[in-house]
Write a protein that binds this ligand. Structure first.
Ligand code: HEC
Length: 108
């Protein structure tokens, strides 16, 4: 029964750790306090956001701005009445982290 183990290893190396570590980052930064990847919580689900921005070439830049500065700073609220707070009320997200999170959100 060696084949399954080899297959697992092959798959693990074929898929970069990105997907998992981005989800972990979203957890660490408390994004899931308001967002979910499935149904809407207090905030729109990441899937809904991904669908909304699909095909928009500005999506990543816009989402990075919202992730870093909150939705008031980017002309929001964009979805409903609730706004995403700025980082005074959330763990700090660096530009690089926001980019990784935006890419991950858009891939949901
Ligand atoms: C305190 C609650 C809260 C937290 C924590 C939070 N969000 Fe949000 N987020 C919201 C709300 C509410 C909206 C919708 C705002 C709006 O309508 O403009 C939103 C909107 C967004 C959007 C969509 C922007 C758009 O214009 O479509 C993205 C992307 C996003 N959040 C990512 C994140 C990420 C990544 C984190 C973690 C770093 C995070 N959020 C943490 C409440 C939150």
């Amino acid at each position: 029964m060696k084949t399954p183990l080899i297959l697992c290893l092959a798959m693990a190396s074929a898929f970069p750790m990105d997907a998992m570590s981005s989800e972990k980052m979203a957890q660490d930064k408390q994004c899931f306090g308001c967002h979910s990847t499935k149904p809407d919580g207090a905030a729109p689900s990441f899937q809904k956001i991904a669908q909304h921005w699909k095909g928009n070439k500005d999506a990543e830049a816009k989402l990075v701005a919202t992730i870093r500065q909150g939705s008031n700073a980017t002309g929001g609220p964009h979805w409903n009445k609730a706004t995403m707070p700025d980082q005074a009320e959330r763990p700090l997200v660096s530009e690089a982290e926001a980019k990784q999170l935006a890419k991950w959100v858009l891939s949901q």
